[in-house]
Design a protein around this ligand. Structure first.
Ligand code: K7E
Ligand code: CUA
Length: 618
């Protein structure tokens, strides 16, 4: 049976590529005189036969997935790495959270990143670009909870920078430049009083759009805007960043925020901003921050164009041709299509901002986010209707009904994304639907349910749901990236910049890092340099006195791929992982008298349990 259906799948997917086959036409009701679009637009589920065609989520044992999935982890503060289409979770990358799997928040390097904060809220993750597609260098992710931006190095799949965005709260939408590694644009969602403004008077509140340098991770400039900011996007040429605004009213309670029938898409003229920032023209600073701030609030200012869009919009996505930005009206059943080539004329005052809007198709109740295939179609998540709506951009611009299909998803979809959708190489194979409620789809787990992620095949003419997967709350947004574009290293390079602190410490003590095991005492400071190699640490015993500040520098000198060790010190809240050729250091106070075993928490050898030593405090 397996063999038969495999053959069928191949044969039929070929015929689908060249156009719709007869069986599909029948299923859609075409043969009975109903138009294909009308038949499926009413929500008719594709038949079992349609479901057999197209892409498969099956990836056999030992086979590798075709795509990496980069998931933001919401309240968990982490980022997740999946393989698609199998949806196998490959790794959780701790970012704003503490995680002893890898020692994030325990090692000196990562403690310095987190600066004592161990919670976050990651919503939006994007990768760095070159010429409109991913270059495999960095990932960037926001922390809405504490207004931070973090960077992940994709060569080691680890967070290497975290910065705070000054004078902002609720850093939400972020997006990097798409033409080259340049800026990362960050939107503040919450308006706040800054520079001594009165917290009692909302008219004095401020909201800022921030540009961070993607390489140095320093804040370059900020622009003061009207209303608030929400989701973020950039164009493909480096001309504009943009932000949807759902609170043009500047309200502080729900009814105030929903008052206007139109809010706007704010488009930032990067060239004009950078030019005046460079010249110091019209810039100010706020509070203790030295970051130059440009005022984009006046009507007709050269920095920010406010394009009216209906109502309380959410989501802004630029299509793979780079021509259009699509916004969703959270409280309007429409998407708004903005033609980006018209924006320059609007900035120049030749046309009105509103004239940049070329279509406003009805797509369903509660539209949020839009993804794209390689055939000019858009896929919008519709929260209230619990569907994904497939619609055609060109048809919408012509004023025709563009809706091709509405597919039920389960339930209340937030973000969706399509394979390579945020690049010029969108390939139209998969859509991921990240659903906020799973309700009855899985075994009960108590009052907190898992979320539901559905992987939808979009390679044929009909969208087909191929997979339901439970997920730890809350997978917020996701990217589906061709695996060839991501090439992480398998073991650490001992010369990597990450180990600068440990290298300096070793040099200060005249120690050949990773080659020697030595212990130093200066006053109440104890510094230990040791190796770990299966199945032993460099020292089977370390001594300290109560009150000592102990720094242990450990190098995993195993060269073998996947041979990780760790260092866990009993009763000291200290547990870190150490990858092959990695050096970590931990600093703590020996505050308890007695004997404490340290051991290797990663199963590394037949004698892994014996990989331990005594820490004796007198
Ligand atoms: Cu739509 Cu935080 Cu991305 Cu939620 S935002 S869905
Ligand atoms: Cu080393 Cu277990």
């Amino acid at each position: 049976m397996a063999k038969d259906s495999e053959n069928n799948t191949k044969e039929e997917s070929q015929s689908v590529k060249g156009g719709i086959n007869r069986r599909q036409l029948l299923q859609m009701g075409v043969a009975t005189g109903v138009s294909a679009a009308a038949a499926i637009a009413v929500g008719k589920a594709p038949s079992a036969e349609a479901a057999e065609q197209g892409n498969s989520v099956h990836v056999g044992p030992g086979e590798l997935d075709e795509y990496y999935g980069f998931w933001s982890g919401g309240q968990s503060g982490e980022v997740r790495l999946l393989g698609l289409p199998s949806m196998r979770e490959l790794k959780r990358i701790p970012v704003f959270n503490r995680d002893c799997t890898y020692g994030h928040g325990f090692t000196n390097y990562t403690k310095d990143l987190l600066k004592g904060k161990i919670s976050g809220d990651t919503h939006h993750l994007h990768l760095s670009y070159k010429d409109g597609t991913y270059d495999g260098k960095y990932g960037f992710v926001n922390d809405k909870a504490q207004a931070r931006l973090a960077r992940i190095r994709l060569d080691y799949m680890e967070c290497d920078k975290i910065i705070e965005i000054p004078n902002c709260q609720g850093t939400h939408g972020i997006f990097p430049s798409r033409h080259k590694i340049d800026g990362v644009y960050c939107n503040a969602e919450f308006r706040i009083p800054v520079d001594g403004a009165d917290p009692e008077d909302p008219t004095q509140y401020t909201c800022l759009h921030t540009c961070v340098d993607a390489e140095s991770m320093e804040v370059r400039w900020q622009v003061k805007v009207n209303g608030n900011l929400d989701l973020c996007a950039t164009d493909y040429q480096g001309r504009y960043s943009m932000a949807c605004c759902y609170n043009s009213e500047g309200g502080v309670i729900l009814s105030e925020m929903m008052a206007n029938d139109r809010d706007w898409l704010a488009v930032f003229n990067l060239e004009a901003i950078e030019k005046d920032v460079k010249a110091g023209k019209g810039t100010t600073t706020i509070g203790d921050s030295k970051v130059p701030v440009i005022d984009g609030t006046a009507e007709g200012n050269p920095y920010v164009l406010y394009i009216p869009v209906p109502k309380s919009p959410h989501g802004v996505n630029v299509d793979p041709t780079g021509k259009y930005a699509v916004c969703s009206g959270k409280l309007s059943p429409t998407c708004t299509v903005v033609e980006l080539d018209k924006v320059a004329d609007a900035f120049a005052g030749k046309i009105k901002p509103r004239d940049c809007v070329v279509a406003e198709p009805e797509v369903g109740v509660g539209p949020l986010h839009t993804a794209f295939d390689d055939k000019g179609n858009a896929y919008t998540s519709i929260f209230i209707d619990s569907v994904v709506t497939k619609w055609n951009i060109a048809k919408a611009i012509k004023g025709e009904n563009p809706v091709i299909q509405k597919l039920d998803v389960h339930y209340q979809v937030g973000h969706i994304n399509a394979s390579m959708s945020e690049t010029k190489d969108a390939d139209g194979k998969w859509v991921i639907s990240l659903n906020k409620f799973s309700k009855d789809r899985f075994l009960p787990t108590g009052p907190f349910h898992p979320e539901n992620e559905q992987l939808i095949d979009i390679s044929g003419d009909v969208m087909v749901n191929r997979h339901d997967g439970s997920a730890h709350p809350e997978p917020h947004d996701a990217l589906i990236v061709k695996r060839e574009l991501i090439r992480p290293n398998k073991i650490w390079d001992p010369a990597d910049r990450k180990f600068e602190f440990e290298r300096k410490l070793a040099a200060k003590h005249g120690v050949n890092l990773g080659k020697e095991n030595k212990i130093f005492r200066e006053g109440n400071k104890v510094t230990v340099f040791m190796t770990s190699m299966a199945p032993a640490f460099g020292f089977p015993r370390i001594d300290a006195k109560v009150g000592d500040e102990v720094t242990i520098v450990i190098t995993n000198i195993d060269m073998v791929e996947d041979l990780c060790h760790g260092f866990c010190l009993s009763h000291h809240d200290l547990n870190v992982g150490i990858a092959p050729q990695e050096t970590v250091s931990v600093t703590f106070t020996a505050d308890q008298k007695g004997l404490f075993w340290y051991y290797c928490p990663w199963f590394c050898h037949a004698l892994h349990l014996e990989m331990r030593g005594r820490f004796i405090v007198t």
